[in-house]
Design a protein around this ligand. Structure first.
Ligand SMILES: Nc1nc2c(ncn2[C@@H]2O[C@H](COP(=O)(O)OP(=O)(O)OP(=O)(O)O)[C@@H](O)[C@H]2O)c(=O)[nH]1
Ligand SMILES: [Mg+2]
Length: 184
């Protein structure tokens, strides 16, 4: 039986968690998406995760990296704890378009604080193509991470591009266990 390692993707609605897992997974993902009702400002975004997304990367003959995507809606935050159980790290995707992005950082790091005490942590800025001053934003995030007494690499990534998400995963694994960096 293969050894299973688990990584959790978290972040606000529309930050690209499901998109990232879809881009990464070596097998078709299992997702629990529901149609968003009412007026939706983002024309591309018609579905939202209501339970969990599940994908997998076959690292080698002996190890699988399981990818758990959580719902962005705080309404479903009980799933955050379930996903965090037995995980080795948190990939937090922050939507660069959001004016309250730093608040998101606080909310999610607080919610996943137990995982962060023992596990790895990396932050991806998504929708970076729509951010005017990316370096300024990255600086603010780094500053806030320091203020929260946390340590994390911060990279801007496009979750639709597998290579970019892999970069973020590698950054997380590097801080945790460099022997796991077999994902390509
Ligand atoms: N242009 C652009 N589009 C992006 C980027 N990141 C994500 N998207 C798009 O934004 C949408 C994100 O949707 P999801 O992947 O469903 O987001 P999610 O984080 O799973 O959202 P919830 O499940 O509702 O919490 C998709 O349509 C992506 O194609 C980016 O960096 N640039
Ligand atoms: Mg989703």
């Amino acid at each position: 039986m293969k050894e299973q390692r688990r990584l959790v993707f978290a972040g606000p609605v529309g930050s690209g968690k499901t998109t990232a897992i879809r881009a990464l997974s070596d097998e078709p993902i299992i997702s629990t998406e529901a149609l968003i009702s009412g007026n939706n400002k983002d024309a591309d975004k018609r579905h939202t995760t209501v339970a969990l997304d599940f994908g997998v990367i076959h690292l080698d003959d002996k190890t699988n990296l399981q990818l758990y995507g959580t719902p962005g809606h705080q309404h479903f935050d009980f799933m955050w704890d379930i996903a965090a159980r037995n995980s080795i790290g948190l990939l937090l995707l922050l939507d660069g378009r959001r004016s309250n992005l730093l608040e998101d950082l606080t909310v999610f790091t607080q919610a996943f604080r137990q995982l962060l005490q023992a596990g790895g942590f990396a932050v991806g800025i998504t929708h970076a193509d729509k951010v005017q001053n990316l370096e300024l934003l990255r600086g603010q995030i780094n500053h806030e991470i320091e203020r929260l007494q946390l340590v994390a690499p911060v990279l801007s990534i496009d979750p639709r591009q597998r290579k970019e998400v892999v970069k973020l995963i590698k950054a997380l694994l590097y801080t945790l266990d460099p022997s796991l960096i077999k994902v390509s």
